[in-house]
Ligand binder design. Sequence first.
Ligand SMILES: [Zn+2]
Length: 385
Amino acid sequence: MLSLKARWIFTGRGDPIRDGVVRVEDDRIVEVQRGRAGQSLRDLGNVAVLPGLINAHTHLELTGIAAPLGRPGIPFVQWIDLVVGRRRAEDYEAADAVRRGLDESSRAGVAAVGDIVQPSSEDPESSISLTRFLELIGPTPLRAAEALERAATCAGAGQGRGANRLGLSPHAPYSAGPELVEGACRLSREHRLPVAFHLAESREEMQLLREGTGPLRELLEQLDAWDPAVQRPGRRPLDYLEMLAVADRALVIHGNYLNDEEIAFVAERRDRMSVVYCPRTHAWFQHDPYPLESMLAAGVSVALGTDSRASTPDLSLLEEMRAVAKRHPRVPPEKIVEMGTLAGAKALGLEAVLGTLEPGNLARLAIIDLPKHKLDDPYGALLAR
Ligand SMILES: [Zn+2]
């Protein structure tokens, strides 16, 4: 039995506990309570203990990129060009980047990661609960069929190594047409796998969906991947949300440009459908203001992700939470903590064991140093930097 005392313990259920003690046995939480004098325990000092943080969306294979690519406000397609260039460089070590990303996440108090991976990549070992979403790219019918076949083989072979879980990620509307998304969602249902899909991320994507024109079309043409039968104009993110609603569990990555109707659609399905907001990545591209307040008011389950190091400076989910506090001052701080913990666990289907510090849950703790001031304001001490 291990007993840990901390200035503040955020259980995720009710107010933070001052001078709280969390007891752990056999890798499970036994109880959380106020400390009493005379208990034998390890005092962690002036720290906050939170449920292990959940990074619901990243691409660890890009951890080898030291800093966000381009400049703030970079047009989306220019950025894609830079990422593809770096990823294709002969000396780029993707497996090494994943290992470093897992180490960095661990140090940042992250307990679970939703990672987008290449179907050919190796399954790493880690203490982090890793959901490996196989990236499926298929802008043409032939490539979509190939991607689906690979996905079906992996899904049929079952879960990944050790604690790693399998998921599917048709990439985005511009790189995966409806057939691929629908096929992936069918596999998701059949094999009970989560699906992650980048949707309503950029103005360029919205233009492509609406009109079939713009920089993303030019990019697809350059790559010889433009198929007018796949990218029929007049589609909306709602059309894709309807496809995702078939999945066993769906993560709508970004959703920067979802409208009220689409937000309501996701909210109605909050038990199986989440949105993943990546605040510092959103800021890097200088998108229109994120509709976080509308989503929360509608009842959407909003999780947080860092996205990759190609668009955010590090893999700290806590810094993403602090970015939310700064950018959305009207969102209650307890909601922000929930987004970085329980909502992320729900998005990945891990809420039975992670996301709160409750008896029976896995003992995954984020231990965060607090400033010496603000001793009476736990949320301020945690989030205001
Ligand atoms: Zn992403």
